[in-house]
Design a protein around this ligand. Sequence first.
Ligand SMILES: NC(=O)C1=CN([C@@H]2O[C@H](COP(=O)(O)OP(=O)(O)OC[C@H]3O[C@@H](n4cnc5c(N)ncnc54)[C@H](OP(=O)(O)O)[C@@H]3O)[C@@H](O)[C@H]2O)C=CC1
Ligand SMILES: O=CCCC(=O)O
Length: 303
Amino acid sequence: MWHSHCLVERICFDPRNPSVREMEEIGFLGLGIMGKAMSMNLLRHGFKLTVWNRTLSRCDELVEHGATIGETPAAVIKKCKYTIAMLSDPAAALSVVFGEDGVLEQIGSGKGYIDMSTVDAETSSKISEAITSKGGSFLEAPVSGSKNLLRMALYEAALPAFDVLGKKSFFLGQVGNGAKMKLVVNMIMGSMMNAFSEGLVLADKSGLNPQTLLDVLDLGAIANPMFKMKGPSMIQSSYSPAFPLKHQQKDMRLALALGDENEVPMPVAAAANEAFKKARGMGLGDLDFSAVHETVSSGKGSS
Ligand SMILES: NC(=O)C1=CN([C@@H]2O[C@H](COP(=O)(O)OP(=O)(O)OC[C@H]3O[C@@H](n4cnc5c(N)ncnc54)[C@H](OP(=O)(O)O)[C@@H]3O)[C@@H](O)[C@H]2O)C=CC1
Ligand SMILES: O=CCCC(=O)O
């Protein structure tokens, strides 16, 4: 998990003292794959939550586990001192803040907004400026890892919640750096996933057992959790979504724009992006990003 900017004040709960946690209510906006898993985790660790999701019915399961529903993002902000958002993309992140009944209507002094969505630096900066101009505090805090980062003070205040949500947090300085770091990481991940897919298909088509390829890869210098976790299901053409392919393609697109801005040639990432676009065109956007494998294995590559 990376945090780049700003939450304020020290939250008065202490991770070692659940009774203190109960004094603070955290808001949570966006209950997709990640938001739901993160909210459940917070509830399990004794945090009180008020949740909102655009499709309100997705709040029901959280309510069964003790959460309260906020009718709008503004209502959640009004009720809670700290609110976390986990939304699909820049458009969603902006609309929840700037739209009708949005975050801006109730944010103000003494309130913190933590956006954990993967967006670009420009989006983070727009949100940060709007929130801080109303006296609120903002922290961009994109996360790495799947369902299985405030000005420094808000960062410190939020650490008890981050401790529950992730293994390690990094404070990266100014707003935008969290978004950039996340995009660099996901650009590498998306490029690797494409090379991995091609390798699996090449092994298979050239008469090798793909499972043996996985075993060999796992013992060498390029062994990594992604190959280990995704490989077996990719061989079975099974792509139950942990990280939806449409979001991986959004991250490739945003990383390539960052490359444009900084004049960094990125031919490998550009080719990977084309493969993810192809996969979206094949109707695979809601499946796991490993479904890009189908663009190679079905013989419908990105050329
Ligand atoms: N899945 C993963 O492994 C990881 C994902 N991420 C990032 O986290 C974010 C969320 O990912 P994930 O949970 O997988 O995605 P999902 O697609 O499962 O969830 C997206 C969420 O955004 C909401 N949303 C979409 N558009 C709007 C809008 N215009 N206004 C309000 N709400 C909107 C959806 O609401 P509704 O239910 O109404 O559609 C839903 O709550 C993304 O930025 C992703 O890149 C980061 C790390 C890992
Ligand atoms: O942004 C998504 C990252 C997914 C992962 O790290 O497994």
